[in-house]
Design a protein around this ligand. Sequence first.
Ligand code: IMP
Ligand code: MG
Length: 171
Amino acid sequence: MNNIEILISEDEINSRVLEIADAINNKYKNEELLVVGILKGSFVFMSDLIKRLNMPLEIDFMIVSSYSGTESTGNVNIIKDINNDITNKNILLVEDIVDTGLTLSNVRNLLFNRNPKNIEICTLIDKKVRRKVELEADYVGFNIGNEFIIGYGLDLDEKYRNLPYIGKIVN
Ligand code: IMP
Ligand code: MG
């Protein structure tokens, strides 16, 4: 087994999730919200987050495959689309981590074409140094540098998503 160094503890995650939820609650008050998670990575964070939100909300999910074709065009393949009609709705896109930004900028553009009222982005982790396109998240849990992390939804070859903390592999 690999050794894992804890970078962000369960407690730190929990209190940050509360702070983010407060900010989202303040923004939307009693407005309806459609929370859209990008699978698979977002599901652990999203499930903790929505339990702290207090506006009327619905959830949906998308599965997108990261850039098929060249990295620079950044086209995403939609493997599973949302089922909801989003015309005039407030959308909150939830991600585990924004890295190059290609996935979310493509998803956001695609959803914008369906005439929602508003789209905001919430990510647990932001890796700004890796950005290839302009993409600012509206809610960010933690900023990290250029390192590969796992846990709390984040995987390495599909493993480690179940860890209750965020860490990195050290050998
Ligand atoms: P991007 O922003 O389009 O480059 O891609 C973001 C996606 O890359 C995330 O949803 C993750 O699936 C994956 N990813 C990027 N950095 C990491 C990491 O450090 N650990 C695990 N997955 C990562
Ligand atoms: Mg992902």
